[in-house]
Design a protein around this ligand. Structure first.
Ligand code: F6R
Ligand code: MG
Ligand code: MG
Length: 378
């Protein structure tokens, strides 16, 4: 049996410059140094540190499987070290997503988000790494439904015999912490009946009947974990592509529809999802609009392969930054137009999310104050 590879993408917001914008390069550098030590010590095969908006993203490959304590601890230490730098510079929200002082075995439940997949590497293994800022995990439900369940998006479902079998979809209830494995296309309408409720359900995994794991999404619900508002989940997704799985182009296509996602300013507004390059992921309008980046890499002999020139050092990777190109300007312009329109609602729904989803509320106090003045209807 060939040795399996694990790809772990673990992310956290541990501080940024001038509001919730971007981490300082020094924070990225110290986080990289921690992961470089992980390679030196033989724990990791490879790593790449990047960001989406204010979130630091640790992409790692190793042979230790999902939820490995040492890999999670290394990530935790990378975030703690970056948070330390942020604190020294008095950056904004330094250490925000690190909900406890000490590591307790797994980053899940402690603030950071994680998408991890273990698989047998194919002779060539193209992968897309999605990173989102200022939104929740169910933002991916619509594109994932189109990519893996909609033959009008993924022609491969119809004409590629290897893709024709369909997929199993693991749906999670992020509020009650439950999950269910469902089958597409047999249960397509049942799956959509759940996923359509983006306040509660999200896709965790997509599994191909013979090739195994196809996609995984971080679904930690940070605000509920913390019991109070500490930021949106800003979820990540890994997708294996090609040769029986959806083609890279089929995976990217749904992002040309700038769907409304919950998050944005104060985690409490609906804004149009704005696809962009990593360097353009600063939240520039009303703390947004919510961003999504897509990086293309290969997994090669358990390591990350991009377009890096010969002689590059471990950790120096040059992925394909798929949403950076001007082809996506038309989508970005539309996303801005929709977002400006949504802002026209001010504090009225559907510009803001439903009362249960609001990250801040003053309503209980207002109602208490008004209690003596409340009269029955005539
Ligand atoms: C959204 C986000 C920001 C903040 C907003 C207020 O995820 O992080 O929109 O909610 O800037 O921030 P505080 O509460 O730190 O003043
Ligand atoms: Mg933030
Ligand atoms: Mg963020």
């Amino acid at each position: 049996m060939p040795e399996k590879v694990t790809v772990s993408l673990i992310k956290a917001d541990v501080g940024s410059i001038a509001g919730h914008s971007r981490p300082h390069p020094r924070m990225m550098e110290v986080a990289s140094n921690v992961l470089a030590k992980g390679v030196k010590d033989g724990l990791l095969n490879d790593y790449y540190v990047t960001r989406c908006g204010d979130d630091i993203q640790l992409l790692m490959t190793h042979r230790k499987g999902e939820n490995n304590k040492e890999v999670h601890e290394l990530s935790w230490n990378a975030f703690m070290t970056a948070a330390g730098e942020a604190k020294k510079m008095h950056l904004y929200a330094a250490g925000q997503d690190l909900l406890s002082d000490a590591f307790s075995g797994n980053v899940r439940g402690q603030g950071p988000g994680a998408a991890e997949m273990e698989f047998e590497e194919r002779p060539t293994e193209p992968m897309l790494v999605f990173m989102a800022d200022k939104c929740g995990p169910s933002a991916y439900s619509l594109p994932v439904s189109k990519i893996f369940m909609d033959p009008f998006t993924t022609t491969g479902l119809v004409i590629d015999p290897r893709a024709h079998l369909g997929y199993d979809i693991e749906v999670v209830d992020v509020v009650d912490h439950k999950k269910v494995l469902m089958t597409s296309p047999a249960e397509l309408y049942d799956i959509l009946a759940l996923l359509g409720d983006t306040t509660r359900y999200a896709v965790k995994r997509v599994i191909h009947r013979t090739l195994g794991i196809a996609a995984v999404i971080s679904t930690e619900k940070l605000n509920i974990l913390a019991g109070k508002y500490v930021g949106k989940d800003d979820p990540v997704m890994l997708v294996r592509c090609q040769s029986g799985l959806p083609a890279v182009g089929e995976v990217l296509q749904p992002f040309a529809f700038p769907q409304l996602v919950a998050g944005w300013m104060r985690g409490s507004h609906y804004g149009a999802w704005y696809p962009c390059g990593v360097d353009k992921s600063d939240p520039s309008y009303h703390d947004g609009p919510p961003r999504v980046c897509a990086l293309g890499i290969q997994i090669t002999n358990g390591k990350i392969q991009g377009a890096e020139p010969p002689g590059s050092k471990p950790g120096d990777h040059e992925p394909v930054d798929y949403f950076a190109g001007e082809e996506w300007d038309i989508v970005r312009n539309k996303a801005m137009e929709i977002s400006i329109y949504m802002r026209g609602h001010g504090p009225f729904m559907p510009g803001i999310v439903s009362p249960e989803e609001l990250e801040y509320t003053t309503r209980p106090e207002i109602l208490k104050k008004l209690e003596p003045r409340m009269k029955p209807l005539d």
